[in-house]
Design a protein around this ligand. Structure first.
Ligand code: IPE
Ligand code: IPE
Ligand code: MG
Length: 257
């Protein structure tokens, strides 16, 4: 069944989104979910309350993207650098990931979401690793949106890993170094099989990419909003998508006349 924007159900449920051109939506949206701590601070709450509320924003965004017929949503949940945060915050986040995944897995299955976790998963708590393996396997054949959660993910680490894997194949005599091209490199990334993001959204106003998808964002359109991640809602997503639809993508070429 098609889940395209033009369906009556979507336009009725999300009236604002009907302003979008359904034929020119990004096929893959990536998001740096930033500003949870500041959201909590503004309310005199502990930082971790911002993370808890951030989960609601992610669920909202996933549902909206899925309803719009967007093919993939890739969300930055925990970076390789985030281990440097206070131990209590890191533990809270790991427990939160476990709880949310256990609680939401059934709904993800029902909604045909295919979930994958991108990053080096080995340092994650064993219970979380088991849940991730289970969720990945149980949703692998789903036909809906690809939902990629970047967990212990770093763009540099991903590139080093890809180079190492290619080198190992060369050393084993399976691969000729002269045959290493962009396609071969792409196939060794965590995102293998996924098209590059068309749109990157970063919340909380920071003008940087913080080690996210360094290879894959080569030609992504970038939308930066001051909205803090827990406040990211339908209007904020609409703003990002309208901004995207106003862009002219050239990929190094020239505008068609
Ligand atoms: C993003 O929010 C969530 C993670 C990086 C895990 P932050 O926790 O970075 O929030 P700020 O940037 O301190 O406001
Ligand atoms: C980026 O946010 C990482 C995630 C959203 C998971 P950070 O808060 O870690 O990034 P910086 O420190 O502002 O660059
Ligand atoms: Mg931050």
């Amino acid at each position: 069944m098609s889940r395209a924007l033009a369906t009556d159900t979507v336009t009725a449920a999300h009236a604002g989104l009907s302003k979008l051109d359904g034929a020119r939506l990004p096929r893959h949206v990536a998001v740096i979910m930033d500003g949870n701590g500041r959201w909590a601070k503004q309310r005199n709450l502990p930082r971790v309350m911002g993370h808890r509320e951030g989960v609601e924003a992610l669920k909202r965004t996933l549902r909206l993207c899925s309803d719009l017929g967007i093919g993939a949503l890739t969300a930055y949940a925990f970076s390789t650098e985030n281990w440097s945060r206070p131990g209590e915050e890191v533990s809270f986040l790991m427990t939160l990931f476990e709880r949310v995944l256990a609680r939401e897995l059934h709904a993800l299955e029902q909604e045909q979401v295919r979930i994958r976790f991108l990053g080096d998963l080995e340092p994650l708590p064993p219970g979380l690793q088991r849940l991730i393996a289970d969720a990945t396997e149980r949703t692998a054949a789903n036909s809906g949106i690809h939902f990629n959660v970047c967990t212990n993910y770093g763009g540099r680490a991903e590139l080093v890993r890809a180079a190492r894997r290619l080198a190992q194949r060369c050393a084993a005599g399976e691969l000729d170094p002269a045959a290493i091209d962009e396609q071969a490199f792409t196939a060794e990334l965590h995102t293998a099989g996924e098209r590059d993001p068309d749109l990157l959204i970063r919340t909380s106003g920071e003008l940087r990419i913080s080690n996210f998808l360094l290879w894959q964002l080569a030609y992504a359109e970038i939308h930066i909003t001051d909205v803090l991640w827990p406040d990211f809602d339908e209007a904020a997503l609409l703003g990002a998508l309208l901004d995207y639809q106003g862009r002219q993508r050239r990929f190094g070429g020239v505008d068609p006349c």
